[in-house]
Design a protein around this ligand. Structure first.
Ligand code: SF4
Length: 369
């Protein structure tokens, strides 16, 4: 697959100065093509309703995760990702996004649990901080609604590529969130995916250098914002299970050192707390993983691999969340969850909500070859 140099560097592809949804659509199609994707976009979705939402438990308590329906990710080329297929190729107007936000806050289950929600994760299966795909006015409205409804919120997370993070936006979000009833920290969630530079940029087409991630962390330190790094276990064909487990170990070492670069001068605590969110890779429909899987050149990781990959983080200051959800985007039999994995999945869920590594050791014991 030929890949132009800008694809590796993660250079921010700017649309014309005025917002131009057609030009953004061209960028999306260029990225889709460069990534060898064959999926189509979802133009049938009701634009006044989010794509998906769900509750999950973490060590901090209840999490509400919402994926808003917007124009797709402008990057769109990461090899194993078909998240843009849940989005529109076209602009979703800000009025529709406001309707999606109001829809979520009016849901009976959200109303019922609103005092228990400790973390809200805002996603659009792309970059929430890219104003060309997620309206700034809608983001402002979202902060207002979070402040109005979630009185016990500790963390407000937004998913984004680092190149869309701008200092004025961080200022605005920090100020807006500080006006709520309880102090709420902003967390930026970025796809780091793989530590190995060749895997991350040459094979996965992530377009993210270590320098860019380090600059992002330096810009977050004065605000004490948090960072969530998505990591993929075994993201590309040709990686052995041992190599993929070692890559997560290397990412844990690197991110630990990164968090120790910026310390509070009084307490010695990291200014930027880092959480790793480990996604065991599934075979996403319409991506190059699909033919590789069909021809026997790719096998998803197992839950044992995930436990072995994550165990070394016990000795680090990082917190960990292991995803067990393929968002319904895997091909048949292409998930990392296999029949009979229920007990292992329950142990991993217990780990997620307690950070007790004995649950992961139990997964390893139960799957001893
Ligand atoms: S992983 Fe993220 S940045 Fe990459 S194509 Fe998917 S949505 Fe876009």
């Amino acid at each position: 697959m030929s890949v132009k140099s800008y694809q590796h560097q993660g250079v921010k592809e700017m649309p014309s100065q005025a917002h131009d949804p057609d030009r953004v659509a061209e960028m999306i199609l260029r990225g889709t093509d460069a990534g060898g994707k064959t999926y189509v976009f979802d133009e049938q979705h009701d634009p006044t309703k989010p794509t998906q939402w769900w509750f999950q438990e973490s060590d901090e308590g209840l999490v509400l995760f919402v994926v808003f329906y917007t124009q797709a990710c402008r990057w769109s080329r990461c090899l194993a990702c078909n998240l843009p297929s849940t989005c529109s190729k076209h602009n979703v107007p800000w009025r529709d996004l406001l309707a999606q936000i109001n829809f979520i806050f009016n849901l009976p289950e959200v109303q019922e649990k609103k005092m228990k929600i400790r973390r809200f994760i805002a996603s659009n299966n792309g970059s929430v901080l890219d104003q060309d795909t997620f309206s700034s006015m809608a983001l402002m409205h979202l902060v207002v609604m979070v402040n109005l409804y979630f009185h016990n919120l500790e963390v407000f997370t937004v998913e984004t590529r680092p190149e869309y993070v701008e200092a004025p936006e961080l200022d605005y979000l920090a100020r807006g969130l500080s006006e709520g009833d309880t102090p709420t920290t902003l967390e930026l969630a970025v796809g780091f995916e793989a530590f190995d530079e060749h895997v991350r940029n040459d094979l996965l087409f992530k377009g993210l250098s270590l320098e860019k991630l380090e600059r992002l962390v330096a810009s977050m330190a004065p605000y004490r914002f948090r960072l969530k790094c998505y990591l993929m276990l075994k993201p590309v064909p040709g990686m052995t299970r041992e190599e993929s487990i070692t890559d997560i170990h290397n990412a844990i070492t690197y991110l630990t050192q990164l968090s120790e670069k910026h310390l509070d001068s009084v307490t010695g605590e990291p200014l930027v707390r880092i959480n790793i969110h480990v996604n065991p890779t599934y075979v996403a429909k319409g991506t190059p993983l699909e033919p590789a899987f069909a021809h026997g050149n790719y096998k998803p990781p197992t839950l044992r691999d995930v436990a072995l990959a994550v165990l070394p983080s016990e000795a680090s200051p990082l917190t960990v969340f292991i995803s067990l959800y393929d968002e319904g985007l895997a091909v048949p039999d292409g998930s990392f969850r296999r029949p009979g994995d229920e007990v292992l999945a329950t142990l991993i869920e217990s780990f997620n909500s307690t950070q007790d590594y004995d649950f992961l050791r139990r997964v390893v014991e139960l799957t001893e070859p």
